[in-house]
Ligand binder design. Structure first.
Ligand code: RFL
Ligand code: PHB
Length: 414
């Protein structure tokens, strides 16, 4: 088999890249280790930046998102009993996010890909990457008992944090940056009406809590739990009691509870690998970086990476040269690090750390107080939450590349 771009992983990064490339006439094959049902069963992100929505439009996968997504122009930061709304529109900007589940994004992209007749090999086992530093890389995998060789011009490693792509890069090439947090998020999905119109991020002496949603009838709530906590130890009743205890009294009084549809614990980590490319392999999404979910950035960073990569592929195709692709890592990392910083900051400000003392707590309170009292402080939070733009060099500013970049920059102050 032969294709131009072999894409490893059918998560949002891999599927979105596949669609953006197809629309530019660049053929690709996606290899996914799991079944489509398994991929769709993972409950994850729920907040899309404007740039992500725009990329989904360019991918031809935004029809349902347009009707079912819920646009929010703000969110609440809650400190004990004090409620502060962050207006994403800031000083005359148009900042907004769209509430739409990652599961639905994945489903829409899967359907768009199927409609385009593009090949996705699900349950591709034992994927291995070869000759990454030569002109003719190839991928090998096992499918339905057969060994298959896929020759390609480029490989996109979109296989998440535990994938094989990053691990295929020779030792000594990559530098890793990491912070593991001493807690996780226990998340519950339930068919109950949201407790608040907008998302609530709550800082509380008992630990962080988040009230999110998927629709007018489905909620997604999280509470911070110590690292190593077991989900079996959390009955629905215990979860609802803990959530209620961390919310302001007036909000807690309005909380509707119900049986959980899904309940899981996710560890929190910040991680970046540099560079995000090696020879003809490009890493995108969670394969290259992880952020704690506090800033709602993971899926949006994955989209930003592949939006940039698709723009550079378009330019390379036009120029008949792979030179534009050489700048992928440098350009992507600028935006990645800013989101890593913001996610780390949100996490640090809002969570309770086992190691923190009274001095740390006063500093965090003072910092939040200062920012919330200052219009530019609020704007800084709003701008980062709504999403920062991606920088592209002038050389890549051709019409298609500019389109893709504009998508990511759509939130940059309107
Ligand atoms: P994914 O989604 O992990 O997809 C990778 C795919 O690659 C496959 N794979 C392989 N395929 C072939 N061969 C192999 N050897 C393979 N190894 C793995 C996997 O099966 C999988 O299908 O990575 P991608 O595409 O980079 O997407 C990243 C996002 O999924 C992730 O960043 C977000 O979910 C993070 N995240 C959030 N991001 C946001 O932008 N906003 C949010 O509100 C938000 N909330 C969250 C989150 C993540 C969470 N968890 C569970 C970590 C909330 C939570 C609780
Ligand atoms: C979610 O709805 O799952 C969600 C929302 C906001 C976050 C993280 C997760 O920051």
């Amino acid at each position: 088999m032969k294709t131009t771009v072999a894409i490893i992983g059918a998560g949002p990064a891999g599927l979105l890249l596949g669609q953006l490339l197809l629309r530019q006439g660049i053929d690709n094959i996606v290899l996914e280790r799991r079944s489509p049902q398994y991929v769709l069963s993972r409950i994850r992100a729920g907040v899309l930046e404007q740039g992500t929505v725009e990329l989904l439009r360019q991918a031809g996968a935004d029809a349902r998102l347009r009707t079912e997504g819920i646009v929010h122009h703000g969110f609440e930061l809650v400190l004990g009993e004090r409620r502060e709304r962050i207006d994403l529109r800031g000083h005359g900007g148009h900042g907004a996010v769209t509430i739409y589940g990652q599961t639905e994004v994945t489903r829409d992209l899967m359907q768009a890909r199927a409609a385009a007749g593009a090949v996705t090999v699900y349950e591709a086992e034992d994927v291995s990457l070869h000759d990454l530093d030569g002109a003719n890389p190839w991928v090998e995998y096992q499918h339905q008992g057969q060994r298959v060789r896929l020759d390609c011009d480029y490989i996109a490693g979109c296989d998440g944090f535990h994938g094989v792509s990053r691990a295929a890069i020779p030792a000594g090439v990559l530098r890793e940056y990491e912070r593991v947090y001493p807690f996780g998020w226990l998340g519950v999905l339930a068919d109950t009406p949201p407790v608040n119109e907008e998302l609530i991020y709550a800082r509380h002496a008992r630990g962080f809590a988040l009230c999110s949603m998927r629709s007018a009838t489905r909620t997604r709530y999280y509470v911070q739990v110590p690292a190593g906590e077991r989900v079996e130890d959390w009955s629905d009743a215990r979860f609802w009691d803990e959530l209620r205890a961390r919310l302001p009294a007036e909000v807690a009084a309005r909380l509707t509870t119900g049986p959980s549809i899904e309940k899981s614990i996710a560890p929190l980590r910040s991680y970046v690998v540099e560079p995000m490319q090696y020879g003809r392999l490009f890493l995108a999404g969670d394969a290259a970086h992880i952020v704690p979910p506090t800033g709602a950035k993971g899926l949006n960073l994955a989209a930003g990476d592949v939006g940039l990569l698709a723009a550079l592929f378009a330019q390379a195709a036009r120029d008949g040269s792979s030179a534009p692709l050489l700048r992928y890592s440098e350009l992507a990392l600028k935006r990645v690090w800013k989101a890593v910083r913001f996610s780390w900051w949100m996490t640090t400000m809002l969570h309770r750390f086992p190691s923190e003392d009274a001095f740390d707590r006063r500093l965090h309170e003072a910092e939040l107080d200062y920012l919330l009292a200052s219009p530019s402080g609020r704007d800084t939070i709003a701008e980062n939450y709504a999403g920062l733009p991606l920088e592209l060099p002038a050389a890549a500013a051709t019409p298609e590349a500019a389109d893709a970049v504009e998508a990511i920059s759509a939130t940059a102050g309107g």
